[in-house]
Design a protein around this ligand. Structure first.
Ligand code: ACO
Length: 168
């Protein structure tokens, strides 16, 4: 009832341990209908090396969604045209954090002249991205920590995304 909308802020180096925890919790709690436990553990293990994980976050355009000031999710833009990561903590799903993060990355990419944004969507996030206008291009199978995981490359044309409110 008194829920507030998520706020966004840029990633800072000190955020790495917290984002690693959000990443692991999101995968272990939210993707079980689509991936086996072994796959989830391999996927979540990608943040076990917090230093490497932090470097990856810092090397991309990473945004953090907060609710009442506390980080609840994050997303990253790799290069100019790829959403690389999007993870929301299980305790905060369904409150608009994922949408706020994607809205922001789409606007930033569009403002930089990117015409189409790509994402290798997990099976769990496929419907989320489809609802936002992303169209499936191809199925992929990738190895993560010796486990094979399926995902789907999706693409969204960004024309007009930069000016949803009609400002010039
Ligand atoms: N399946 C179907 N619909 C969904 C899902 C889902 N898993 N998640 C959200 N939605 C819908 C919501 O119901 C909502 O619909 P509405 O606008 O009609 O009410 C809409 O998508 C927006 O929901 P948000 O609250 O903005 O999304 P949320 O903050 O819950 O985050 C996310 C969605 C990021 C997919 C989250 O569920 C998550 O972290 N999942 C697990 C990790 C994951 O698979 N991440 C993607 C990996 S792939 C990659 O990173 C590129």
């Amino acid at each position: 009832m008194s829920r507030s909308a998520p706020a966004l802020r840029p990633y800072l180096p000190d955020d790495a341990p917290l984002l690693a925890a959000i990443f692991a919790a999101s995968i272990m709690d939210l993707t079980g209908d689509d991936y086996s436990e072994a796959q989830q553990e391999a996927w979540a293990g990608a943040a076990d090396d917090e230093e490497a994980f932090g470097k990856k976050l810092a090397g991309q355009l990473t945004l953090i969604a907060t609710l009442q000031g506390a980080p609840v999710g994050f997303a990253s833009l790799k290069g100019t045209d790829t959403i690389d990561m999007l993870y929301v903590h299980p305790s905060a799903v369904g409150q608009g954090a994922g949408s706020a993060l994607c809205d922001a990355l789409e606007k930033i990419a569009s403002a930089r002249g990117t015409k189409a944004l790509k994402v290798d969507a997990s099976d769990t996030a496929l419907e989320f991205f489809r609802k936002r206008g992303y169209v499936a291009q191809q199925r992929n199978t990738v190895t993560v920590n010796d486990e094979w995981l399926a995902n789907t490359t999706m693409q969204k044309t960004l024309d007009g995304v930069a000016t949803p409110g009609g400002h010039a």
